[in-house]
Design a protein around this ligand. Structure first.
Ligand code: ACM
Length: 266
């Protein structure tokens, strides 16, 4: 089965929902793909100073500028679309990602492992690592940025049947792109890390985001890796069924050979 995946690396403008959404729309105008992945907090920017700033660009998961537009685009383009946004709820604001399918189905993942000052502005996610069907029934698992640091994130998604781990990101530390090679390899899944670019300043705070978005194969192969600093769309065709094969040798398979009774976790 041929399955086209596009990732869209770009630099969102801080606190400018309308600009970001229009830019995202423009960047995928001519893209033909089964699955399109944008970065973490793609609609909002990242370097917040106050809760009011986060509130001002947050949206509900059921209706709003971005959900309405990307629901329409998903159906028109016949593509599943994933992007990060600030999700407003009665419990507070989550750092979330949404999967929108051409048939109108929507699934939310709320970031489990909040990074640095995100802890000041976002509520820790409560969805866990569930796997959902994207276009064509391909099983997709979502994690967001710093979730990479915890092998349990990708492992949970893979054990739950993910064929492709989609990983919207705003990376600032230098290790994730290499670490994800191991996450793909040890779980025998495809992974799509879609990072943002650019230096973002707010008052006396600033962060530089590392680009180098990538799509990895089930043996950790780098199928594509983008530049550090350019806005770009990268497209790769994969066969998601390869992720169903967990065999390492004739005698070994990555899940069957696990021995949880030997692992003193908790
Ligand atoms: C991060 O989790 N945005 C570094």
């Amino acid at each position: 089965m041929d399955y086209r995946i596009a990732l869209v690396q770009f630099q969102p403008k801080l606190l400018d929902l309308s600009y970001n959404i229009s830019k995202m729309e423009r960047m995928i105008k001519d893209v033909k793909a089964d699955l399109i992945v944008f970065p973490e907090l793609a609609t909002t920017g990242y370097v917040f100073n106050t809760q009011n700033e986060v509130d001002s660009v947050s949206e509900s998961s059921t209706a709003g500028k971005s959900i309405d537009l990307f629901s329409k685009l998903s159906s028109e383009k016949n593509s599943s679309i994933i992007y990060g946004f600030a999700e407003r709820t009665d419990d507070g604001i989550y750092n979330s990602a949404i999967l929108i399918n051409p048939d109108g189905a929507k699934y939310i993942y709320r970031k489990t492992h909040l990074f640095a000052e995100e802890k000041k502005f976002f509520v820790p996610g409560n969805t866990g690592f569930k796997v959902k069907p994207a276009k064509g029934g391909v099983k997709v698992g979502l994690m967001i940025c710093f979730d990479w640091q915890f092998p349990e994130s990708a492992r949970s998604l893979a054990l739950n049947g993910a064929q492709i781990i989609c990983h919207p990101s705003n990376l600032v530390l230098p290790w994730c792109q290499q670490a994800m090679i191991i996450r793909s390899l040890e779980n025998r899944v495809f992974s799509v890390t879609c990072n943002r670019t650019g230096l973002e300043k707010n008052g006396n705070k600033e962060l530089y985001f590392t680009g180098m978005s990538q799509i990895l194969g089930t043996k950790g192969e780098i199928l594509i890796r983008t530049s550090e600093d350019k806005e770009e769309v990268a497209v790769v065709t994969i066969n998601p069924e390869l992720a169903l094969d967990k065999k390492v040798t004739e005698y070994n398979a990555v899940f069957e050979d696990r021995r949880p009774e030997m692992y003193d976790l908790d």
